[in-house]
Design a protein around this ligand. Structure first.
Ligand SMILES: Nc1ncnc2c1ncn2[C@@H]1O[C@H](COP(=O)(O)OP(=O)(O)OP(=O)(O)O)[C@@H](O)[C@H]1O
Ligand SMILES: [Mg+2]
Length: 281
């Protein structure tokens, strides 16, 4: 990891009528690093993603603290400045790809629109489509989202998210709507994008097994604070917090394990598999 982190996060957050959701949450993401953010439902994972994207106010939330990213505090940016960061320097991959796409626009129009939000013209989309293993024929881009499978829609959503070669990708439970085979393929895709383009990833999940196969470091979120953060293999080998131990004990299997063989993060992945094997999963 470079000495200067890509993102340095220290935030407390609350929603109107709800009270504190994040209590002085702190973590860092290095340049080109994949960090897993793990916690059960309702622990505040999506709130962290929304705070980084500057979208908390739209959801009736507010936060204090700082989010240093590429030399600026995102929390101090004006709306217009934040719009230039969101979708350009920071890409977002949602949980439900089909719901996030515009049903009334052909795929090509959605790519063009996302491109023009930050840059002029309309590039040749073939290299982008190839980089996420989508068909690169013209006929594919003539389709509407409804004709895509969830797996293809998630690949397309990832294409939209990396269009401007962001330094950071936020992926909020990007595989939870997918079957286990497709989950493995999408995990491999993230690993490849990280390796090929050096895109750092905040990979949000309640699924510790997929996190172990993809991430360099893992942060465990519980009751609005990070209770444990460290190298993936260390967290698995020597979990310090009771909550982490319970999460590891609850791992039923390793989704998509065989699919990651096709090109996942080779050394990290085999390490993760070793760790998982040690723990009998
Ligand atoms: N717009 C909102 N207004 C009020 N409370 C909210 C809002 N969004 C989330 N919350 C509450 O804040 C807490 C954290 O929610 P958040 O969506 O960040 O959790 P999460 O870890 O992403 O959960 P999941 O795994 O189910 O997606 C929950 O108790 C949730 O009910
Ligand atoms: Mg969530």
């Amino acid at each position: 990891m470079n000495s200067e982190p890509l993102l340095s996060y220290r935030v407390s957050a609350e929603y109107r009528g709800k009270g504190a959701v994040l209590r002085d949450v702190q973590f860092e993401i290095g340049q080109g690093e994949i960090v897993g953010l793990v916690g059960r439902s309702g622990e505040g994972k999506s709130t962290i993603a929304s705070s980084i994207l500057g979208l908390l106010p739209l959801k009736g939330g507010k936060c204090t603290g700082w989010i240093h990213f590429q030399g600026r505090d995102l929390l101090s940016l004006r709306d217009g400045e934040m719009r230039r960061v969101r979708g350009k320097a920071i890409g977002f991959v949602p949980q439900s790809p089909l719901a996030a796409l515009n049903p009334n626009l052909r795929l090509r129009a959605q790519l063009d629109e996302a491109w023009r939000a930050h840059q002029e013209g309309s590039p040749d989309w073939k290299p982008l489509l190839q980089s996420v293993s989508l068909p690169d024929e013209v006929s594919f881009l003539r389709q509407y989202p409804r004709s895509l499978s969830v797996g293809l829609a998630q690949r397309f959503q990832i294409a939209l998210a990396i269009l401007h070669r962001p330094a950071l990708l936020l992926a909020d439970e990007p595989t939870s709507a997918l079957d286990s085979v497709t989950q493995g393929e999408i995990l491999s895709l993230f690993a490849n994008l990280n390796r090929r383009y050096g895109i750092a990833i905040l990979y949000i999940s309640h699924d510790l097994a997929s996190v172990a196969s993809l991430c360099h470091r893992v942060a465990i979120l519980h009751q609005g604070t990070i209770v444990e953060c460290g190298l993936a293999e260390e967290i698995f080998a020597r979990p310090q917090h009771e909550y982490t131990r319970r999460l590891i004990a609850a791992i039923p299997n390793v989704p998509g394990r065989s699919n990651l063989d096709a090109g996942g993060p080779s050394s990290d992945e085999s390490r993760a598999r070793g760790i998982l094997a040690e723990h009998g999963v």
